[in-house]
Write a protein that binds this ligand. Structure first.
Ligand SMILES: [Zn+2]
Length: 184
């Protein structure tokens, strides 16, 4: 019994010490990394959802994203969700045009690189511009995959695989909920 009574204050003090250490690290980092960068990260929790803390051109709070997006769009893009196969708006879409990021409007994929992958998700063999997307290693669900994000706002888009068609051999497997098609 006495050990139990001792453990709570002990745990609390460990917790407080670890919080203090975090502050020290942040302070040290801000001296070398620049104040504006640190302030943005602290006020934008959405940017902390990814594995890496990134600075994006478009950064909003979770509440701001919720106001802009439908619940499914929010779940996919800001919480790294996946829509069910064959249920999204664009998996079988043939209209010519450019697919933009539903969060920030960034041009992501062109219909001229879209192909029928049979997976039930819109699939492309290349993005409009390599630099418009960000690739990150994703170790969730017991698999090592490459996550595809919008480089401008950090929206989760989907994953890229090495079993796509020529000429790239890549398959960008993307959620319809992260895209908005602008027809040509
Ligand atoms: Zn975006």
């Amino acid at each position: 019994m006495s050990r139990r009574r001792m453990s709570l204050p002990l745990l609390l003090s460990v917790f407080l010490i670890s919080c203090e250490n975090e502050n020290i690290v942040d302070t040290q980092y801000s001296k070398t990394g620049g104040q504006s960068c640190i302030i943005e990260q602290k006020t934008s929790p959405a940017a902390r959802q990814g594995d890496a803390v990134m600075d994006y051109e478009i950064m909003k709070t979770e509440e701001e994203w919720r106001e802009l997006l439908t619940p499914e769009q929010f779940h996919v893009t800001r919480q790294k969700g996946t829509e069910r196969a064959f249920t999204g708006e664009y998996w079988n879409e043939k209209t010519e045009g450019v697919y933009h990021c539903v969060c920030c409007g960034q041009e992501l994929f062109d219909s001229n690189a879209k192909f029928d992958s049979g997976t039930g998700w819109p699939s492309y063999w290349r993005p409009v511009q390599e630099e418009n997307v960000q690739l990150e290693t994703d170790g969730s669900w017991g698999m090592i995959r490459t996550e595809v994000l919008c480089r401008r706002c950090g929206a989760h888009l989907g994953h890229v695989f090495n079993d796509g068609p020529a000429p790239t051999g890549l398959r960008y497997c993307i959620n319809s909920a992260s895209l908005k098609l602008e027809e040509r």
